[in-house]
Design a protein around this ligand. Structure first.
Ligand SMILES: [Zn+2]
Ligand SMILES: [Zn+2]
Length: 598
């Protein structure tokens, strides 16, 4: 059974029982700046659970894409992921435990085919002024043998927005929940474990389903029944799939196996011996793919910062396994997840470019950091970026480590991964002082918008000059460049235009550039006074406030641009120019992504 089949079976099971399917809410909540990401099926429905009328009625079912940033550091075992899909069904003041519990057991055993003997149940044990959930216990007793039902306390089987009953303010709703665990045969308990789902932390028992019964409201007299009681059911799809396929490792299911295989191929390493790294690579890139498709870009704060952290942590692990090319992994992730989320296929090019661009930035940051250390500590030796596992550790000062953190955003772990050690306590002290001060933005890494000076980026740079002139040919001399960024993977070019280009216009611009490549025009520069350059009609960005003489690059007689270089000698080496896509980046500006020599 595939992930998609599980979803379809689950949805139709509840549709047959009077539920309306509701849409998956956006992963980035709309109009809610206080919440970074949707982290459960319940979250977008909270106002309805608190009493608002839902337009689809009082029986709802869905599958919700969810992301939990707080779980980032948990990833790297057999069951934790930051991104997951959650199957959910809700009763808004309609049915309650008598219906939910048998239904839950029915779809797990009859529809998903899970063997009854492998399922274990937990029920709320009572505490903090709330009684034991005997009602749920009695219902379960009719379905499963009594020795498979376990009682658990407020820390595990109680739900409210403010935690355990004692912490809840007056007027706050809350209630017990009941969970279903799947027991795997192939895992040995840790020595601290007991053989039941409440006292086992090793993963032998995997929580696959959780029904919350919103039963009470806290009053100044204690807990009273809510006039309208709700059911909130959630089941993690990836974990349900693991149970259905009897894989105690979520990453060994049919969803993740093709991704893991691709990582094995790209790194030449085995999953068996490198499970943790490969789990992090798969989960973090999968999460990154979904976050980017929700419109988030890597940045230094909020959602963009979390995305950056995920991607860079995934790259750290990929490089540790000597991985070189991430593209096949991304492609496989999109292939696997687009079975349920088709939009990923449409957005693949954009997703890939965003991740590759972030990789280029990250590599450049790592290289700059190594260059800085080598210059300052000539005996420290240079680490090879992306190949950092075998180097001996060299000592640098905590001040310098901290400088790498503030100027380049490298975390202590990432600095260590480059092969450098430092006094951790001194670093932590500096960090504390720093956090008291306001955050200083770090940018300006890329002089002239170039990530490096490799052959491909030089070609890309010459291509931006041709593109700039071609756009002016089509839209007139009012059009000018507002930014650019070039990596070995692609050219990004921003310019002022208050509408999208039509397909014909894009084609025309592309054709002009290709024509100029075919003409194999010579590229040369001259240094001349500003006024002369202006008289010649040179275009481009330059700081005219202090400039007396400027450098102007000429491409044949076709383009004249203020520029520092470097460039190719003849346009013919670019071979072919292809526009990948355009974007509206706001403020009356458009952005074009293109490639050369491909
Ligand atoms: Zn255990
Ligand atoms: Zn230039």
């Amino acid at each position: 059974m595939t992930a998609k089949e599980l979803i379809d079976i689950y949805i139709s099971f509840f549709e047959k029982r009077g539920h309306k399917r509701i849409a998956n809410s956006p992963l980035v909540p709309e109009n809610d700046p206080t919440t970074l990401f949707t982290s459960s099926g319940m979250q977008p429905l909270i106002q309805y659970l608190l009493g608002e009328t839902h337009p689809a009625g009082n029986r709802l079912v869905d599958v919700q894409n969810s992301f939990r940033a707080q779980d980032i550091d948990e990833v790297g075992d057999n069951r934790h992921t930051t991104f997951f899909r959650m199957l959910g069904n809700w009763s808004l003041g309609d049915y309650f435990k008598t219906e939910e519990i048998p239904w839950l057991f029915e779809f797990l055993t009859k529809e998903f085919g899970l063997p009854k003997e492998k399922l274990f149940i937990t029920v709320f044990a009572g505490n903090g002024g709330v009684e034991r959930d005997n009602e749920a216990f009695e219902i379960w007793k009719k379905i499963v043998p009594e020795d498979k039902i376990f009682f658990a306390g407020v820390d595990k089987n109680w739900w409210s927005r403010s935690g355990v009953p004692d912490n809840m303010p007056i007027g706050e709703p809350g209630g017990p929940d009941s969970e279903v665990y799947f027991k795997f045969d192939d895992i040995e308990h840790n020595k601290d474990c007991k053989d039941n789902p409440v006292d086992c932390e090793c993963g032998k028992f995997l929580e696959i389903a959780n029904a919350v019964f919103m039963q009470y409201i806290k009053t100044n007299k204690g807990f009273e029944n809510l006039p309208k009681q709700n059911v909130d059911f959630g089941g993690g799809l990836e974990r349900l799939l693991a149970a259905v396929e009897e894989k105690s490792d979520v990453f060994a299911t049919s969803l993740f196996t093709p991704i893991i295989k691709t990582i094995e191929k790209e790194t030449g390493k085995q999953y068996r011996e490198n499970a943790k790294e490969m789990q992090i690579i798969s989960d973090h890139f999968a999460a990154g793919v979904f976050i980017i498709s929700a419109g988030v870009l890597p940045a230094n704060k909020e959602r963009g910062y979390i995305l950056r952290r995920l991607i860079r942590r995934a790259f750290d692990n990929f490089y540790r396994l000597k991985g070189k090319n991430i593209e096949p992994v991304l492609e496989k992730i999109v292939e696997q997840y687009s079975q349920t989320d088709e939009v990923l296929q449409e957005k693949y090019e954009e997703i890939k470019l965003t991740i590759l661009e972030e990789e280029a930035k990250y590599k450049s940051v790592r290289k700059t950091a190594v260059d800085f250390i080598v210059k300052k500590y000539p005996s420290a030796g240079s680490g090879q970026v992306g190949d950092d596992s075998a180097k001996p550790v060299r000592e640098i000062s905590a001040d310098d480590a901290f400088l790498l953190y503030t100027t380049h955003g490298l975390s202590p772990t990432q600095i260590r991964s480059l092969g450098y050690a430092f006094n951790e306590q001194d670093f932590a002290k500096k960090m504390e002082e720093h956090q008291k001060l306001s955050r200083t933005a770090s940018s300006g890494m890329f002089k002239g918008g170039l990530a490096d000076h490799s052959e491909l980026t030089i070609m890309g740079h010459t291509a931006t000059h041709l593109l700039h002139q071609a756009l002016r040919d089509v839209f007139g001399s009012g059009l000018h460049q507002t930014g650019s960024n070039i990596t070995t993977e692609r050219v990004r070019f921003d310019f002022n235009l208050d509408r999208n280009l039509t397909a014909e216009e894009l084609k025309k611009v592309e054709d002009i550039v290709n024509q100029k490549i075919e003409e194999n025009l010579p590229v040369r520069f001259e240094i001349m006074p500003v006024q002369k350059a202006k008289d010649l009609g040179a275009v481009g960005l330059f700081d005219e406030k202090y400039a007396k003489d400027v450098k102007v690059y000429f491409i044949g007689n076709y383009s004249r641009e203020f520029c520092g270089g470097p460039h190719v000698d003849f346009t013919g080496v670019l071979k072919r120019f292809k526009i990948l896509k355009q974007e509206n980046i706001g403020y009356g500006q458009r952005r074009i992504y293109a490639v050369v020599n491909k």
